[in-house]
Design a protein around this ligand. Structure first.
Ligand code: NAD
Length: 331
């Protein structure tokens, strides 16, 4: 089969090559996202895969795809808001995504950051840069197996996180409105309030929607244990950033690990030329030695990139063979 892959990045090269060799398929890689400007490139291809943050465009794009015989678009991402489902349905184009390319990638990143904060690794490194190799009492810490870890949202990533913390001997408690019995061996389901009140480490893994927006605000920070380690790798909008900064300043929070921020679109994944371009919330957080910020990179492992390519190609192949795609988004 001949596939055109939009939104291609060079880190996908080895996985595309491997797929081509294994399946005798041909993949044409296009760096730009699929839009009205380049939709004509699709002519002559059997399948379309894309990874992009911008919309694929207006009705004309769907109309053209239909004319080119394209009945299926496979997104190499979790999000599918780049698609207009009214047009996709009108032109009988099915859509699939990659809902879980590697939950473990994000879970491992969260654990790494939590351990760093617990053991003050970044603070110690910074002191060493200032030629200070002493170990004052405030650097004394605890061991992770003593800790209660609270997980909010026990889906793909929350579950992978629970397994990791449990394997280290932590007491793992969690809240999710949907109970999943298969999580029982490594997490004790409890209330949201209990997770907030009883955890030494809290890690957030829910989707962002109208009911979860700012789910962690002043009253939640007030209810947390002193010195809590707070990790958010899910979405910036889940947390009231100003309340979090205030809780850090007051000494309530022992450390935060953030892979997401509400302001992230302004600077994550960009090389800035001046610090003035940084949003205010980041500037405040960056001054704090107990805040670790990563630029929405928790997912970024070889396994995750491989799975984005493999799962997307697998679904195109299934669709073209008349089988149901594994990750159909049916809206
Ligand atoms: P998922 O859909 O598998 O799981 C989400 C879980 O949250 C579900 O079990 C759901 O029932 C639960 N939930 C919904 N509302 C809740 C609430 N109010 N309180 C508690 N739980 C609630 O999603 P996932 O793949 O595990 O992703 C989790 C988050 O991680 C999402 O926000 C996603 O966007 C984000 N994410 C981040 C990265 C990264 O690189 N930082 C990568 C992938 C996903």
């Amino acid at each position: 089969m001949k596939i055109i892959m939009f939104g291609f990045s060079s880190d996908e090269t080895p996985f595309c090559k491997k797929w081509e060799e294994k399946n005798q398929d041909k993949i044409k890689c296009v760096t730009e996202p699929l839009t009205a400007d380049n939709v004509d490139m699709v002519a002559g291809f059997d399948g379309v895969s894309t990874k992009q943050v911008v919309s694929i465009g207006d009705e004309s794009v769907y109309h053209k795809l239909n004319q080119f015989g394209i009945k299926f678009i496979s997104l190499r991402s979790v999000g599918y808001n780049v698609i207009n489902f009214n047009f996709a349905n009108k032109y009988e184009i099915k859509i699939a995504n990659v809902p879980a390319y590697s939950p473990r990638a994000i879970a491992e990143n969260g654990l790494t950051v939590a351990l760093n904060l617990l053991r003050h690794i970044s603070i110690i490194q910074e002191r060493e840069r200032q030629l200070d190799f002493t170990i004052p009492q405030e650097l004394m810490t605890d061991e992770i197996y003593n800790k209660t870890v609270g997980i909010i949202g026990l889906g793909h990533i929350g579950t992978a996180s629970a397994q990791l913390y449990r394997a280290l001997g932590c007491k793992v408690i969690g809240y999710d409105p949907i109970y999943n019995a298969s999580n029982e061996p490594f997490v004790e389901y409890t209330t949201f309030k209990n997770v907030i009140n009883k955890s030494d480490i809290i890690t957030l893994h829910t989707p962002l929607n109208s009911s979860t927006h700012n789910m962690i605000g002043k009253s939640e920070f007030d209810g947390m244990k002193k010195n809590v380690i707070f990790i958010n790798q899910a979405r910036g909008g889940l947390v009231d950033t100003q309340a979090m900064i205030a809780a850090l300043k007051s000494g309530k929070i022992g450390g935060v690990g953030l892979d997401v921020l509400t302001s992230e679109a302004q600077f994550f994944w960009k090389k800035l030329t001046s610090a003035q371009e940084l949003p205010e919330d980041y500037q405040e957080l960056a001054k704090m030695p107990n805040a670790i910020i990563t630029p929405h990179s928790a997912y970024y492992t070889k396994t995750a990139v491989r799975n984005m390519v493999e799962q997307s190609m697998t679904d195109i192949k299934r669709f073209l063979a008349g089988k149901k795609p594994l990750y159909l988004v049916d809206l």
